[in-house]
Write a protein of this length. Structure first.
Length: 160
């Protein structure tokens, strides 16, 4: 290849590289790979997004408190609590109270109430539950950037 043609090819290649590098830094979403580049948000593991713990307040009252990750929220309408007795396959609903949430228009459910940062549910339970009873905790949440976790149902043993 003649030296002059080599210099032109090198100059064009260098100019192309500079233009594409600058574009990748300036254009939103540029630089993402087809498999989800590093600048794309990734969902947190469920136990990091919505960790919760159960507290026994007294013989007939439990509280369940969620510590919600930043930029995540829980749906008020997706909470449900029930008891799974060791002697039956049916679940018994548990009465509960939640504080008011924040009004929000959600891309999946429309007008909803959401909880950010944290929320505590207060449950009323029968103090004479048989050994082996489990509390079924149901909830669902999303990340503000558009990822929604599937509905969750977690069993929590109330007695050994």
């Amino acid at each position: 290849m003649p030296k002059q043609l080599f210099n032109i090819t090198l100059s064009v290649s260098l100019a192309f590289w500079l233009i594409t590098s600058a574009s990748a830094q300036l254009l939103p979403g540029a630089g993402r790979s087809a498999l989800g580049g590093s600048d794309r948000p990734r969902p947190l593991p469920l136990d990091q997004a919505f960790p919760f713990f159960v507290s026994i307040i007294d013989a007939d009252t439990l509280e369940i408190t969620w510590q919600i990750a930043p930029d995540h929220y829980l749906y008020r309408h997706q909470f449900n609590f029930s008891l799974q007795l060791p002697t039956t396959a049916e679940q018994q609903p548990v009465p509960f109270q939640l504080p008011d949430g924040i009004a929000k228009t959600d891309q999946f459910f429309g007008a909803i109430e959401a909880y950010y940062e944290g929320v505590t549910a207060r449950l009323s339970v029968d103090p004479a539950l048989p050994a082996g009873t489990s509390l079924i905790v149901e909830y669902q949440g999303c990340a503000d950037w558009g990822f929604c976790y599937p509905p969750q149902a977690t069993a929590y043993a109330l007695s050994p």
